[in-house]
Design a protein around this ligand. Sequence first.
Ligand SMILES: C[S@@+](CC[C@H](N)C(=O)[O-])C[C@H]1O[C@@H](n2cnc3c(N)ncnc32)[C@H](O)[C@@H]1O
Length: 224
Amino acid sequence: MKKIHYFLPPIVIDFLRFIKKKIKSKAQFIEKPLKQDLDLYSDPEMAKVLNTWGERNAWIEIQHLLINKSKFKILDIACGTGIVMKILKKNLNFEEIYGCDISKLLISKAHENEIENKYLKICDATDLPYNENEFDYNYSIGSLEHFTEEGIVNFLKSSRKVSKYSGYHMIPVSRDGKNHGWIKNYQSYFNNSIEWWSAQCSKVTSDFYFLDSSWEDEFRLENG
Ligand SMILES: C[S@@+](CC[C@H](N)C(=O)[O-])C[C@H]1O[C@@H](n2cnc3c(N)ncnc32)[C@H](O)[C@@H]1O
């Protein structure tokens, strides 16, 4: 049975600083975006931050989640600079770990992070160009929240299609239980409730659950 596991991630200080700079003084929330604006992901400053942001939190937690999966074929969806793939290879001897992302710049950074070309693809995660059940497991970190509602559903459908077993998706949620909507200047559903996320997942499967994380982040607390 395919399962989707939701794991709520932390975001570290330098990442927050970057977000805050983008957002300037105030986040601009809108209820629902019609499409993604992908400019953010070709910003070299973003690429720099993406190489370190999760090293004391989310990237440790994903190693715990995948600790017994190193012999499996894994897909990192929206892999950014490929840094997590590098960590999994180095610390847990993962071999067959593939990554994909929509950003040409970030995939070029994955090459710099010593990920061979054959393991990487530039593509849209809402329509993954892989065969059915090509992978055993998939995961994504800090990415699903950057998709539109329709995109989230298509991302989940597509990730399930290409994987035999579970997917692990690390997402930020609000702690006040409210849905704050889409942050336009950060292109993200950063502060929506677990109920909202649950409703999105239910459009794809009933086979999912949420795990909390001990990490709290400043940005989430400030904005719900
Ligand atoms: C905050 S970054 C997280 C990257 C990486 N998972 C990490 O832990 O550092 C979000 C990622 O989602 C990617 N992304 C956004 N929209 C996408 C899409 N439609 N298809 C594939 N990747 C996308 C971005 O290019 C970016 O690398």
